[in-house]
Design a protein around this ligand. Structure first.
Ligand SMILES: *[C@@H]1O[C@H](CO)[C@@H](O)[C@H](O)[C@H]1NC(C)=O
Ligand SMILES: *[C@@H]1O[C@H](CO)[C@@H](O)[C@H](O)[C@H]1NC(C)=O
Ligand SMILES: *[C@@H]1O[C@H](CO)[C@@H](O)[C@H](O)[C@H]1NC(C)=O
Ligand SMILES: *[C@@H]1O[C@H](CO)[C@@H](O)[C@H](O)[C@H]1NC(C)=O
Length: 653
């Protein structure tokens, strides 16, 4: 531990001891002279940050660029600045940028550099949390699924070479893009986080070799003078495990904690330097089937005031939560498996649809006690579209779709990962080879996560990891066809269940007999243009019934809605799905995400104006359970002007 304070002293006196240090640290000197005198450092003597040699503190807010459309970045960042915050914090998601190995995406909604530069235009500093693991209630905590495909026994978040080699390659692509955007190089990025809450990784052994490797990797790509930091929840042994030598340790805590006591924990590991709460929560994570979480604005403001009164820097997680569009939201395993809804509203000061809430002006007021506030009018709420009913028609059953798609056959069921499927649905089909008792017990052990069981095309029941239901009695005549429609509800985002293979992860048995000879078909749900092509070919194969089940489940529905010329441009709106069960919705080519209104708490889906256009727009649903389509007049959804994310949920069990 002796080495650490020595290094800190050198940093602290950097500008005072300019020449002395220049002799021993030639590399650092070069960087400073190249970029003038822009600097961002830690002043250990005075427990503060220094920006250009002057005392500095930040009040930042989290906005995840991948949870907001690029078209809305300027608006949301401006709202952050106008609330008095002086920095934005975002995690960087590996799976967003490298969905398949070596296939790098950095344009449009994935244009991270554009997001960072937009923040700079709005007079905000940027704090990056580049992982590689980020948690953030994302599928696999932001790690790409293909790590599991390439290395089924990979030890994620450790120094396992199988993991580190891919981390090195990814950081070799990402970090050189960040370097020109660092503060010292003229950009807005003042700090970069290493890993994320590593102390509570749930791993049995704390792998310091891994975390030091990351530090060296970051130093190599980002230089020696950047402030690197870690974040840990200051309970148990988290900080002991999460602290990396020569990386500044910060903590995170919410309203239920006393800031003074929490910062004492930080002080055990950073005896000097600025106090920092890297995640101060205005709300909390939601799960399907669990009541929506909220906090009182007054309590939030009081909590923030208490932190700021200690001269601490703070990040509000989230300032604007946004939406886990597509199939990107993750799940958690605590006492039971729980999946996260599409909305990531977080009861934040700016709502999912980008509007200031009651918290917004109160926060601005309290921040104004400590930082200069920007001038100008406060942002108003934006008008929302009330586009009304959209009539839908069944366009074909899942079974019909499957007949148009390539499939894989194997003796034993394969996981999504083995099949190269990142998310969505895989249909597993086989034939029951022998005579069976009536009923026979079908067992899908370690089902990940939910399965609709069809015998000879008829729904026999539903099994679900939520609720630990993995077997059911079925009647199967000899040679019966068994179809299992298996849904991934999002990979586990935190803890020791991170290697969360999806689909049928073990053999399927019927009264103890292992079923063999499986045919497996993945739906191209994340490839919308492919999906549209397949749907357009459906009329060729539909022979008898359009729908998959008598109640209209396991069926695709589509409809059109018209945004008229009178509208200045399409407004944000909300998709209400009364009478529908559970499924996935698209507008035009954009996947809005999963819906499940009966289970709640999320009832409506946010539809950003930017995914629509004047004239005709298409709406597509994949409904898994039931549709209100007994009569054509009742077969519709509604685009309304208000959101509902606090709907009723089933009683606790
Ligand atoms: C940066 O350097 C310039 C030129 O030497 C000087 O005028 C300016 O005050 C310096 N800025 C800070 C913040 O030290
Ligand atoms: C906060 O900083 C100010 C100015 O340096 C100082 O006077 C005050 O004592 C500090 N407050 C706390 C709680 O450390
Ligand atoms: C499935 O059963 C076969 C035959 O018993 C066995 O070889 C195979 O390893 C099993 N697969 C899994 C994932 O348990
Ligand atoms: C949609 O609106 C446009 C412009 O108002 C009109 O030209 C078009 O015919 C409408 N389409 C439908 C299907 O109503």
């Amino acid at each position: 531990m002796l080495r650490v304070p020595v290094v800190k002293c050198i940093c602290a006196s950097f500008f005072v001891l300019w020449l002395i240090i220049a002799v021993s640290f030639e590399v650092q000197l070069q960087e400073v002279t190249e970029s003038g005198n822009r600097s961002f450092t830690i002043d250990y003597d005075n427990n503060q940050f220094l920006k250009d040699g002057q005392p500095f503190r930040y009040v930042s807010g989290s906005i995840h660029y991948f949870r907001v459309l690029a078209a809305d970045w300027p608006d949301r960042l401006k709202k952050l600045r106008m609330a008095g915050f002086n920095a934005v914090q975002t995690v960087v998601e590996w799976s967003t940028h490298e969905p398949e190995p070596g296939n790098y995406l950095f344009t449009e909604n994935q244009d991270l550099e554009n997001f960072i530069m937009t923040a700079q235009e709005q007079d905000l500093y940027v704090i990056l949390r580049v992982g590689p693991y980020i948690c953030a209630e994302r599928d696999m905590g932001g790690l790409p699924y293909w790590l599991l495909k390439l290395h089924p026994n990979i030890r994620l978040r450790t120094s396992d070479p199988a993991f580190l080699n891919h981390v090195d390659a990814w950081m070799g692509v990402l970090l050189p893009r960040i370097r020109p955007l660092l503060y010292e190089n003229g950009g807005p990025v003042i700090m970069v986080q290493v890993e994320n809450e590593y102390g509570s990784s749930g791993l049995f052994q704390c792998d310091y070799q891994y975390t030091s490797h990351l530090r060296q990797l970051f130093r190599h790509h980002l230089g020696s003078s950047l402030v690197l930091f870690t974040v840990d929840n200051p309970s148990g042994n988290n900080l002991r495990c999460g602290k990396i030598p020569e990386v500044y340790a910060t903590v995170d805590f919410g309203l239920d904690k006393d800031p003074g006591q929490q910062f004492e924990q930080q002080r055990l590991f950073e005896p000097r330097g600025p106090l920092v709460n890297s995640e101060f929560y205005p709300g909390w994570i939601d799960h399907w089937g669990e009541p929506h979480h909220t906090t009182q604005p007054e309590a939030l403001v009081k909590g923030l005031d208490a932190i700021l009164a200690l001269n601490a820097s703070v990040n509000m997680y989230m300032f604007h939560g946004g939406t886990s569009f597509g199939l990107t939201s993750g799940s958690n395993v605590g006492s039971k498996f729980q999946s996260c809804p599409t909305s990531y509203d977080y009861d934040a000061p700016v709502s999912e649809a980008g509007d200031p809430t009651d918290k917004y002006p109160l926060l601005r007021e309290v921040i104004g006690k400590y930082l200069p506030l920007p001038h100008g009018p406060l942002p108003p709420t934006s008008p929302k579209g009330d586009y009304g009913k959209v009539a839908l028609n069944a366009v074909g059953s899942l079974k019909a779709l499957v007949s148009l798609l390539p499939s894989v056959t194997a003796f034993w069921p394969q996981t999504f990962e083995e099949l190269g499927v990142t998310s969505g649905l895989v249909i597993y089909s086989t034939t029951v080879p022998m005579r069976m008792p009536d009923p026979a017990r079908l067992a899908l052990n370690d089902l990940h996560d939910r399965a609709y069981v069809l015998v000879n095309g008829k729904l026999a029941g539903t099994l679900a990891r939520e609720g630990d239901m993995s077997d059911l009695p079925i009647y199967t005549p000899r040679h019966a066809t068994l179809d299992l429609v298996v849904e991934s509800q999002g990979r586990v985002s935190i803890g020791r269940h991170l290697n969360d293979f999806k689909g049928l992860t073990t053999n399927v048995t019927l009264n103890g007999h292992v079923l063999m000879h499986w045919q497996m078909t993945a739906l191209p749900l994340t490839d919308t243009s492919h999906l549209h092509t397949v749907i357009s070919r459906l009329p060729q194969v539909i022979l008898h019934s359009l729908t998959g089940t008598p109640r209209g489940g396991l069926t695709m529905y589509s409809g059109m809605f018209n945004i008229t010329d009178e509208d200045p441009h399409p407004l944000d709106t909300f998709l209400k799905l009364d009478g529908w069960g559970k499924g996935i919705a698209w507008v035009n080519d954009f996947c809005l995400g999963r819906y499940w209104p009966d289970v709640g708490p999320q009832v409506t889906l946010y539809v950003p104006g930017a995914v629509m256009h004047r004239g005709d727009n298409t709406l597509l649903l994949l409904e898994l359970e039931r549709a209100p389509c007994d009569h054509p007049d009742s077969c519709f959804v509604t685009l309304q002007n208000h959101h509902q994310i606090n709907g009723p949920t089933p009683p606790e069990f």
